[in-house]
Design a protein around this ligand. Structure first.
Ligand code: MSP
Length: 530
């Protein structure tokens, strides 16, 4: 039987500047979800890429004295390096300058033009270059872009229009009938109240006063509006329209993951374009919140400490991936601070998880260096911890399916916290003093080792290096590749008692060294990051 597919996408990023931790947030979330689904044996396709056309890119390139293509070629190398560093393990990376994408977008425009869904006109209105968005006078807020609050430019240019209005009723039906099409629900309401209720105007889908874009096949002096060019990536990357095999295999997408400010493009314009192309719609668009810096926008002057490369170098990838998905509920905004990152790393990772592992491994090394005896005296307390772990297995899956990453981690850390308490309650150091309590001691330490084995699996979608380090210390890796593979599998974590008596624990380095927060904050303040 063929495996069920899971197609998940990130937005394609503008390569106009170096990406910051806010961009990495979205990719890490998508990658975590993809890793989870791969562990659950889905046939996963994670797509990311770069949105390389448009006025903004053209301007930035020219400012740097480069041709746009030359400029984006350089930026894309850095973006790919970043995803490699952060273990964003994508299956496809699309660039909107890829010849295959360019041809496919031209074919899409031809189809819509021939069908009468695109017609010629003149666009008179406002344009926000940073957002690459058209706005009408009434949509502006205090004369500024309603999304980014920056100045807009008046433009009057020949333009082709897409009959968005023709699809208004079908979009309304979509929002009425498929309640989970847009998540979280608050964002669906925003779309209904802010846009659908007022009615949809036709959308300008071409530009003619600059040239960095995809020329329209029926009018080469006009180029495709960058948002339409970009949205099409989700299907052109799969080979639409000329290579149906991969496209039919993965489309429709299971989820488009996007930041909240680009929800309108993904949940209104994109479905309408797909309706016009007579293609199935994505199953879901999930709009995540923003990482806010110093209460609002991120600034370059303070900015480099939120350069993901520096964060990974100083604090390690796993701590960062953990922090981003633990600290902020995925649908909401959150204030990023390095202080909060360091504190979480110390409390959750060094203290809770790291100490639990090192305590358990140290106690087993001391009392059972040759493995556990078969006689064990299990008690009520042990069964309670094991049952809690069974319950955690259920919660982890439930929250993962809803992309509630912070709740997945909260459930796992509650179990870790309970395991630390269980050590205090069972006092293994006292049990170790009496030969007669060896069977009881074996039961306690075995129960803990078995919980840690399960934890190492559940954290695998989030953390890249830690699960393996845990399995090394727990003696699972040394038991051979086959056993290690089996005990790294998702399903193994749902079952209690798979830790084997003859595993030999191995003391190792602390998983997460404690950071002196004050000293570190002072040190990064002094870094020359220019
Ligand atoms: N190129 C468009 C997307 C086209 S998708 C067909 C674009 N690019 S972007 O580079 O400006 O943003 C890419 C994504 O990064 C967006 O989803 C945006 O919300 C996200 N983020 C940018 N800054 C962010 C934060 N500070 N916090 C969280 N996400 C942020 O828009």
């Amino acid at each position: 039987m063929s495996r069920q597919t899971y197609y998940i996408t990130t937005p394609i990023y503008y390569p106009s500047d170096d990406l910051h931790i806010g961009h990495a947030y979205c990719s890490i979330a998508a990658d975590t979800m993809a890793k989870y689904k791969r562990m659950r044996n889905y046939d996963v396709y994670l797509l990311t890429g770069t949105d390389e056309h448009g006025q903004k890119i053209e301007r930035v390139a020219r400012e740097r004295g480069l041709e746009p293509q030359e400029f984006v070629d350089g930026m894309v190398v850095k973006i790919k390096d970043l995803w490699e560093l952060m273990h964003v393990d994508y299956d496809g990376f699309i660039r909107t300058t890829d010849p295959q994408h360019v041809t496919a977008v031209q074919e899409i425009f031809s189809k819509l033009y021939e069908k009468g869904d695109i017609y010629e006109g003149v666009y008179e209105g406002w344009y926000c270059t940073p957002c690459e968005s058209f706005w009408t006078e009434s949509q502006l807020v205090d004369g500024l872009c309603p999304d980014c609050h920056r100045p807009v430019e008046k433009t009057s240019e020949k333009s082709y229009f897409f009959r968005l209005s023709k699809y208004e009723e079908r979009l309304k039906d979509l929002f009425r009938e498929q309640k989970d099409f847009v998540e979280p629900a608050s964002r669906a309401n925003e779309m209904i109240n802010n846009f659908l209720k007022a009615g949809l105007d036709d959308l300008a889908v071409s530009r003619s006063n600059f040239s960095w874009g995809i020329p329209l096949p029926f009018d080469p002096d006009s180029i495709a509006y960058v948002w339409v060019d970009a949205l099409c990536n989700y299907i052109t990357a799969l080979g639409y329209p000329n290579e149906p095999e991969k496209f039919d295999h993965y489309w429709p997408a299971d989820v488009h993951l996007v930041g909240k400010e680009i929800m309108r493009f993904h949940s209104l314009i994109w479905p309408a374009l797909l309706m016009a192309l007579e293609l199935p719609l994505p199953k879901k668009v999930f709009g995540h919140g923003w990482l806010l810096f110093e209460g609002g926008k991120m600034s370059k002057s303070k900015g480099n400490v939120v350069d993901p490369v520096i964060l990974v170098e100083r604090y390690g990838l796993d701590a960062i991936r953990y922090f981003l998905l633990r600290e902020f509920p995925f649908g909401s905004d959150g204030n990023y601070s390095t202080e909060a990152l360091l504190k979480r790393s110390n409390s959750d990772l060094s203290n809770d998880l790291g100490n639990l592992l090192s305590r358990v491994v140290a106690m087993i090394t001391q009392s059972f260096p040759e493995g556990f005896p078969s006689e064990k005296d299990f008690a009520e307390l042990d069964a309670e911890l094991t049952q809690m772990a069974d319950g955690t297995a259920v919660k982890v899956e439930k929250h993962f399916e809803k992309m509630e990453f912070s709740l997945v981690l909260e459930a796992i850390w509650r179990l870790i916290g309970q395991s630390n308490k269980y050590i205090d309650l069972t006092t293994p150091w006292i049990l170790a003093k009496e030969e007669a309590s060896r069977p009881r001691l074996a039961a306690v330490l075995y129960t803990l080792a078995d919980v840690l084995r399960r934890v190492s699996v559940w954290i695998s979608p989030f953390m890249v290096y830690t699960p393996e380090k845990m399995r090394e210390q727990l003696g699972i890796s040394a038991a051979g590749a086959e056993i290690e593979e089996e005990l790294s599998s998702w399903d193994s974590a749902a079952k209690a008692g798979l830790y084997q008596d003859d595993f030999r624990v191995q003391k190792g380095k602390p998983l997460f060294p404690r950071i002196d927060v004050e000293a570190e904050l002072a040190a990064i303040e002094k870094l020359d990051l220019s």
